[in-house]
Write a protein that binds this ligand. Structure first.
Ligand SMILES: Cc1cc2nc3c(=O)[nH]c(=O)nc-3n(C[C@H](O)[C@H](O)[C@H](O)COP(=O)(O)OP(=O)(O)OC[C@H]3O[C@@H](n4cnc5c(N)ncnc54)[C@H](O)[C@@H]3O)c2cc1C
Length: 307
């Protein structure tokens, strides 16, 4: 059979959970594999290509199978009752490789899911805690011949600064791995992550190159991260306090957008939406980094479920 060079832009793959393991205190690492993934974008399923590529996971309702959507009719699927259809949640591909499944070598994607049990637990976190090897899970991603869903775009930046919370760890550790493989001196790299507990820091430090600083949360969510980022960007304490208070720092006016050119800095920020806004203000208003050289992604929003 001849392989098709270009598939549909969005494909739904049926996969099987092949491994589940705890990673630190806050993550479950799931490996999801299946032959359908070989029709996906090579930039997602080929080893060593993942960076911050993300996929959609169709989370079934508890005790049910959910309804697998037609990728061309996701809007209609979203109008169905959640308890029937289930939910769609977004996770980053931490690693792409292959495994043997039913005597066949098939692509396998690893995702690290943050579990946040308690009153605020969402379907994604609950599903990750209940899923077992052998379970079926449907995923959506870009078809072969299409670009990965990702935001990483450092161009020829001479200095790269990345910061994020625990949900951004899969993306930032993949990015750190890719940058570590560049010839020494290509760029100056600083990557900072705030993780919920010291056990998470210990677990992820085994995978973090020396450019990565892992902070254990202390005090309010995001404060350790913003303080550390302020130091990396060389902005004053007053500026850090302003952005943590939800204000725009007074030192500098808003910058106009530019594109990243050789030698410029590039800043990549991801995590809880309010925290990302504070870090963007620190970088753009505080440190004067051109707005066009900052990628920022609110990965989740405090008090709001992913739609
Ligand atoms: C591009 C992209 C990549 C992402 N990659 C990852 C990833 O690799 N791993 C990962 O774990 N997440 C990742 N996320 C974030 C993840 O999609 C959200 O956290 C999502 O809301 C989790 O769904 P849920 O069903 O558990 O909670 P929801 O039903 O969406 O939310 C229920 C409640 O939980 C709160 N909540 C949601 N997430 C968290 C959290 N992490 N900690 C504490 N409270 C939370 C919400 O504010 C809400 O009050 C990514 C998001 C995006 C957009």
């Amino acid at each position: 059979m001849t392989a098709i060079a270009v598939e549909a832009p969005i494909l739904v793959a049926q996969t099987r959970v092949v491994r589940v393991r705890e990673l630190g205190e806050s993550y479950l690492r799931l490996v999801l594999a299946g032959p359908d993934l070989s029709r996906w974008s090579r930039d997602v399923v080929d080893p060593g290509t993942v960076r911050d590529a993300y996929i959609k996971v169709f989370v079934p309702p508890p005790g049910g199978r959910g309804i697998v959507p037609d990728p061309l009719a996701i809007r209609e699927w979203l109008t169905l009752p959640e308890q029937e259809r289930g939910w769609m949640r977004t996770y980053t591909v931490r690693r792409a490789d292959s495994v043997e499944l039913d005597g066949e070598h098939v692509p396998a994607l690893t995702v690290d899911v943050v579990v946040h049990p308690g009153a605020d637990e969402g379907p994604g976190s609950g599903w990750a805690r209940s899923v077992r090897p052998g379970d079926t899970v449907h995923l959506a991603g870009p078809g072969r011949g299409h670009a990965p869903w990702a935001a990483w775009a450092p161009g020829a930046a001479g200095r790269v600064v990345c910061a994020g919370d625990e949900t951004a760890a899969p993306a930032l550790l993949s990015i750190a791995g890719e940058l570590a493989a560049e010839p020494r001196g290509t760029r100056e790299v600083r990557i900072v992550l705030e993780l919920p507990t010291p056990a998470d820091v210990r677990a992820l430090s085994a995978e973090a190159p020396e450019t990565v600083t892992l902070l254990s949360r202390s005090g309010e969510r995001g404060h350790a991260l913003v303080h550390h980022l302020g130091g990396v960007l060389g902005v004053g304490q007053g500026c850090v306090e302003s952005v943590l208070d939800g204000r725009r720092p007074a030192e500098r006016e808003w910058q106009t957008a530019t594109t990243v050119s050789a030698g410029d800095p590039y800043v990549f920020l991801a995590g809880e939406a309010g925290l990302v806004r504070a870090m963007r203000r620190l970088a753009v208003d505080g440190a004067g980094i051109p707005k066009g050289a900052v990628s920022f992604m609110g990965y989740w929003r405090r008090g709001a479920a992913e739609s």
